[in-house]
Design a binder for this molecule. Structure first.
Ligand SMILES: Cc1cc2nc3c(=O)[nH]c(=O)nc-3n(C[C@H](O)[C@H](O)[C@H](O)COP(=O)(O)O)c2cc1C
Length: 328
């Protein structure tokens, strides 16, 4: 129960309590993560929420820790929003202990204030967001929504390049397929992927129902194989998908955490605007492809994730472990 107190300025404010911190962790675990690996742990102590990388849930894709940092950055963004929506926007201390590399951030609720409309709207989208890997309808995404997506990335000191025109799409499609071929030939990678393809009741991993239908030669973007389901006849992928490449200026661990927060703000902004989204990361996981992608965009920074936006038919959300299982 929240307790009203009187601030130094004489204004009645509501102190946060343990349940606000727990809600922040509950919002955190709704974040996306590579293959739904959920590589996070949360500590609720000394009046703060700590978010840590769980080293047992990292992948060996050659870019050690990248996927876990993006996921933990997204979890951090959700936790920030939950505290702000409860009227306790936090002070975020990123990487507070240089000797403890897995400690991503400590969030301490600060001066209380009512949530802004934008914070409330994005927090509301946390529970509704999920990856939709199916075909989207060919309806275009309105210009004002595109502008909101670009602004969401900018707010978190990242960039989002929305690919414009068939030439840009074809270039990224080629890079994505070449990366996908590299990963498909990598037996260890495929074995790891298979361990995250789970039954629907599992609390982590991706169930077959959430997977994309089997690929066909006309598809512009490679999808992960989580199912052997064929697509509904005639229901192809949209011919001109809206694809965004999200990146940041550097590629240090702190940059990747920042990219994760920006990714989540972009995904939630899309959800709030009624869009479906899915993510594509093969070109990020293969260093040569990633460099090609960076050059094709003319960017000096580092691409961190690709996002497809559009209007789909309802998909299949994935499950999460209980918050009690990730509290330390
Ligand atoms: C770093 C990162 C990389 C991802 N790469 C892919 C991808 O290549 N293909 C895909 O279908 N989903 C990808 N995803 C989405 C995850 O599979 C998804 O977030 C996870 O299964 C949880 O499901 P949800 O997004 O529906 O909550 C990625 C997510 C993250 C954070």
């Amino acid at each position: 129960m929240n307790r009203p107190t009187i601030s130094a300025t004489g204004v009645a404010v509501v102190a946060y309590d343990e349940s606000d911190l727990r809600h922040a962790a509950e919002a955190g675990i709704r974040a996306p993560s590579l293959h739904n690996s959920q590589p996070w742990l949360f500590g609720l102590r000394d009046g703060a929420v700590e978010i840590r990388i769980d080293p047992r849930r990292q992948f060996g894709t050659g870019r050690s820790g990248w996927a876990a940092r993006l996921a933990c950055g997204a979890a951090l963004y959700n936790a920030r929003l939950a505290l702000a929506a409860a009227g306790h926007p936090p002070v975020v201390d990123a990487h507070p202990d240089p000797a403890d590399r897995d400690l991503v951030a400590r969030l301490t609720p600060a001066e209380p204030r009512p949530p802004t409309y934008a914070e409330a709207e994005l927090y509301d989208a946390v529970a509704r967001r999920y990856s939709n890997r199916g075909p989207f309808w060919p309806a275009p995404v309105p210009a004002e929504v595109r502008r909101a997506l670009l602004a969401a990335a900018r707010d978190e000191v990242a960039w989002l390049d929305l690919l414009v025109g068939a030439t840009a799409l074809a270039a990224v499609s080629e890079i994505a397929y070449s990366a996908d071929r590299v990963l498909r030939r990598d037996a260890r990678y495929q074995a790891e992927l298979a361990t995250w393809t789970h039954a629907d009741q599992a609390p982590d991993g991706v169930p077959a129902q959430a997977g994309a239908p089997l690929p066909e030669p006309q598809d512009l973007l490679p999808q992960r194989l989580f199912t052997d389901r064929r697509r509904v006849p005639g229901r192809d992928y949209e011919p001109e998908p809206l694809v965004g490449v999200l990146g940041v200026t550097g590629d240090r661990p702190a940059d990747q955490i920042r990219a994760g927060q920006a990714m989540q703000k972009v995904l939630l902004t899309a959800t709030a605007a009624g869009l479906d989204t899915s993510m594509i990361s093969q070109p990020i996981e293969v260093p040569a492809a990633r460099e090609q992608l960076r050059r094709s965009l003319g960017r000096s920074g580092s691409p961190q994730i690709l996002i497809r936006f559009g209007y789909g038919t309802p998909g299949h959300p994935t499950r999460r472990r209980e918050v009690a299982d990730v509290l330390i």
